[in-house]
Design a protein around this ligand. Structure first.
Ligand code: ARG
Length: 555
């Protein structure tokens, strides 16, 4: 609907549609029409007051398209009143034709976006930050796709670095094959903690240097640790139903270190500092970037630089989104700035999409540790169990119990995270997340299932969507449904899944109000109302799929 007004104004005023679209507003109440166009921005160009401009504009808009009933001047605003009966029917018809494509656009056509996400560290527990990165990265991927981009999801494993010296040393000293196979991450983590003492520093450094030089035994151990860790991580990904297009890792860039050093040297960016090599960004308030340690080993930043250059060659990306915790902001800014200084113009296309922390109910940092370590898998299993309990309490006990519980549990975790502005810290409160009432994933699944049950009770009529009289709730619902396309664009522009999540919740609330006020079954406009319900089901489903949440036809 918005498009019609945007096009009309863009033609009449000879302005770009994008400009009009940005400033066109939805008025605070219905008496002021369906859209309001503020004329302030034209004052300079037309050398007139905004009030005069809106008056003139109304005169210019003599011939209105049939979708628009009337236009009214309201001070500096021009208010548009749509032909509501036609509007609601058009909205419903359009959604039912477009189905899962409703809301999508192709502004990203032929452009590739890489999403660097999840990225846990080998031989270490999968942390809560990795969970956030997985959930948010997964949703961003869907949002980018809905805006027409080609997306490549990359899991960039932390599989290289001096810590492997410690782990290898620990394993050589105290390793136990049986324990390793039973619970690899726990065992390797214990060995790492044990070998982390100062007294082992020298030995550990030597083991890592050997690994970097390709020592057979150390490489073999490293490979094994990596395989076993991945096996554990994959259990989590399976549970979450998240897939990647590429499994990458820091180790892949180990042999590109010398190239980076050489290039930095040639571009006169490298400085010596007590035996180490650095790039000095102190003047820009970004400190010093350590490129190579005094013992010759490479660092995280160096690998990130090599990786970015390599990816540009390989994928010729339009953008790369790094879904990484906010606490790594400085690190990312540093190596991105180094790339810029190296003359890579595309460094501006690298974006740190940061997320905040999970907090406990008492506001402290949520810890995945109880005793020594607790594993993400255990936390997720706990959520699954609780979801099942909830279902049993509601007397749901059918053959699909496990499947339902899993979908409900995932909706709780995904939505519980994604409804928050990603940069904020958030409280990880499973019982709240799982509640059937309120701003939760299960509430949304429930609303979806409710729509489905109405649809099952009312037979589909053949094509006629007649409206006799419109109830305000019907208008509200139709308008909200129609807003989805704009919401999809906004979510991409802000790289913000919460925009979709908040929309989905508002939509469900409006639907539930509609449902209480407007009976479908015995209505004299049953075909229209059924269409509204079906459209709601479609659009809520589309929204949830952008969050990575699968729906249930029945709860
Ligand atoms: N493995 C890192 C960690 O667990 C995150 C890596 C983020 N991605 C990147 N390209 N630096 O903290």
């Amino acid at each position: 609907m918005k498009d019609i007004i945007v096009n009309l104004l863009s033609k009449t005023l000879n302005q770009k549609p994008e400009v009009i679209e940005k400033i066109l507003e939805i008025p605070p109440n219905n008496e002021m029409g369906d859209f309001a166009f503020p004329c302030f921005f034209l004052a300079k160009e037309f050398k007139k007051s905004p009030n005069e401009i809106s008056k003139d504009l109304k005169i210019k808009l003599k011939k209105l398209p049939k979708e628009i009933e009337k236009v009214e001047v309201n001070g500096p605003y021009l208010n548009f009143f749509l032909n509501r009966k036609k509007m609601v029917v058009d909205i419903v018809k359009n959604i039912l034709v477009e189905k899962e494509n409703f809301g999508k656009n192709d502004s990203g056509k032929k452009k590739k976006i890489l999403i660097d996400m999840s990225s846990p560290n080998i031989a270490k527990p999968f942390g809560i930050g990795h969970l956030r990165s997985t959930i948010i990265g997964n949703s961003l991927a869907e949002i980018c796709k809905a805006n027409g981009y080609e997306v490549i999801k990359i899991n960039y494993l932390g599989d290289w670095g001096t810590q492997f010296g410690k782990i290898i040393l620990g394993f050589k000293k105290w390793g136990d094959e049986k324990k390793l196979n039973e619970n690899p991450i726990l065992h390797l983590y214990e060995l790492y903690v044990k070998a982390n003492g100062e007294e082992f520093e020298d030995e550990a450094r030597k083991e890592f240097a050997k690994l970097e030089q390709g020592d057979k035994e150390n490489l073999k151990l490293w490979k094994k640790f990596k395989e076993l860790s991945l096996r554990e991580f994959n259990k989590i990904y399976d549970l979450l139903d998240v897939k990647f297009d590429v499994i990458s890792g820091e180790s892949l860039y180990n042999d590109k270190m010398d190239d980076v050093l050489k290039e930095l040297e040639e571009k006169k960016l490298l400085k010596k500092d007590a035996g180490a090599k650095i790039v000095d960004l102190k003047d820009e308030g970004l400190g010093v970037v350590l490129i190579q340690k005094s013992d010759g080993t490479s660092l995280y930043a160096t690998r990130d630089i090599a990786m970015a250059i390599d990816r540009k060659k390989k994928y010729d990306f339009y953008r790369v989104l790094y879904e990484v915790g906010a606490e790594q902001k400085l690190q990312l800014m540093q190596w991105m700035r180094v790339l810029e200084k190296m003359g890579y113009k595309w460094s501006k296309d690298l974006v740190h999409v940061a997320h905040g922390l999970y907090l406990d109910k008492d506001g402290k940092k949520f810890s995945t540790r109880r005793g020594k370590t607790v594993f993400m898998k255990d936390i997720l299993d706990e959520v699954l169990d609780k979801a099942k309990e909830n279902l049993l309490k509601r007397n749901v006990n059918d053959k699909d119990l496990d499947k339902k519980a899993k979908k409900i549990a995932l909706s709780a975790i995904f939505y519980g995270d994604l409804k928050n502005n990603r940069e904020n810290n958030m409280v990880f409160d499973i019982d709240r997340f799982l509640a059937f009432e309120g701003d939760t994933g299960p509430y949304l699944l429930y609303s979806y299932a409710r729509a489905n049950s109405i649809l099952k009770k009312v037979a589909k009529s053949k094509g006629v969507i007649g409206v006799n009289e419109l109830n305000q709730k019907e208008i509200d619902l139709a308008k909200k449904l129609d807003e989805f396309s704009i919401v999809v664009k906004k979510a991409y522009e802000n790289l913000s899944p919460s925009i979709i999540a908040n929309y989905a919740f508002q939509l469900a609330q409006i639907f539930n109000e509609f449902y209480h006020e407007c009976p479908v079954i015995n209505s004299d406009q049953v075909s229209f109302r059924r269409g509204l319900v079906e459209s709601f089901k479609q659009v809520l489903g589309n929204s949830l799929s952008l969050l990575g949440i699968e729906t249930l036809d029945e709860m």
